[in-house]
Design a protein around this ligand. Sequence first.
Ligand SMILES: CC(C)(COP(=O)(O)OP(=O)(O)OC[C@H]1O[C@@H](n2cnc3c(N)ncnc32)[C@H](O)[C@@H]1OP(=O)(O)O)[C@@H](O)C(=O)NCCC(=O)NCCS
Length: 444
Amino acid sequence: MSTYRLHPIDETSRARLAEQGLTLSLVDGLDDSEPGVARYDAWTQADGRGFYLDRAADDALAFHRAGVGDRRTTGVWDDATPATLEPVATINSWPTELSVPGGRTTTGWAISSVTVAPTHTRRGIARSLLEAELRTASALGAPVAILTVSESTLYGRYGFGPAVLATDWVIESRRARPLRRRTEAGRVEFISLKDFRSEVAALHERVRAERPGEIAVWASRWDQIAGLAPAQEAEAKKLRAVRYLDADGVVQGVVIYTVSGGEQDFTEHRVDVKYLLDATPEASAALWGFVVELDLVREVTARLRSVDEPLRWMLADFRAAKVSTIEHEYVRVLDVAAAFEARGYSAAGSLAFEVTDPHGFAEGTWLVEADAAGTATVRAVDEAPAGVPLLSLGVPELSSLYLGGVSAATLAAAGRVHERTPGDAVTADALLRSPVPPHLSVWY
Ligand SMILES: CC(C)(COP(=O)(O)OP(=O)(O)OC[C@H]1O[C@@H](n2cnc3c(N)ncnc32)[C@H](O)[C@@H]1OP(=O)(O)O)[C@@H](O)C(=O)NCCC(=O)NCCS
């Protein structure tokens, strides 16, 4: 994997795009020569344009280069405009640790910055880029590819399925408080944004392996969450950060938030929780208690929370919160045996998957045999042995099951998974479901 950054470009997609007068090529974000920097910065501008961001100033370009320039960075250029540095399409990718059930991790091929210029959409460029990523990830041995999405309908066609759901919260503070919460022995205190930045990164490193769906978050993403990136000066003025220390003085949680509104009526402020991370139930209770019980506040909003957020059970009035669910992180299984051997299982037993995969990577019948320690061996078989629960499904559904947050029985009821024998999906769930619901607390 160490050579992933400049691993040769995928020949199939290169040839397909060349037929349209388009050049698929890598950009070296670590090339610090003048032309190298100009080429990478032009790629960054094209990426930002795709997501309707402001044109990046020099300091923002340097920040991006330093932050994500070490990724595998790919662009597409239109041969009709050879003098233009900016590509007409962008994508980047990198192998990262992905937490999977059982407190284990595997390698996820993370994909980001998927954009096609509006001048060049709907002619198969995104398809060429995504399929090139899958082939490259597979060639380099990544068991799964992963991404977060701007639109739900884009990635199923490449075999991705939603595997991590997330909740967005709107809380009426006055109805919600006082929270019914445990008594915490520790304390909360304000910290600077810089301290928040270092403490949130360290805390996330401590807890992420226990939370399926989380990845190793890169440094510049923490800078952005802490409001310390270029062009965030105005936002940073409004950010407040707080940490929770347990009775021994150990940091067990942090929150960063803004307070706004209240211009007409001082009791009508709104709190927006930008990021809250807790390592213990006490920290969760203390930090939610802190934000929900702030004086002069009418409403608290928060996004990308777990589907099993304990806050639900702390509200004084259950209906004080409106909670909506989105699908957040998508998985694409590439190597069934490696992926399903990397994760843990909730029970001993066997099950089989009969997988259809138009791209071929996961196609076949696979037998999973898990032992009492939650470790499985997985192998391709000609036919699922008699008596073993068998699920027939497409690779997006297999991928949705991977992190243990989506029920096979639910997918069967929805007609997305077929059981050989009624009850096979429930039996499969006993092995596959994770006691800790998957959660991913960032975008990538
Ligand atoms: C989404 C985007 C990358 C698509 O690029 P594109 O080159 O036009 O896509 P393609 O022509 O390769 O289309 C591939 C498939 O996706 C479908 N598709 C493309 N854009 C779509 C959209 N916005 N919604 C739903 N389907 C879409 C096409 O119909 C096609 O389907 P098919 O192959 O099954 O017939 C491009 O519109 C874009 O850059 N959007 C803004 C940035 C963004 O949202 N990026 C995604 C980040 S997660």
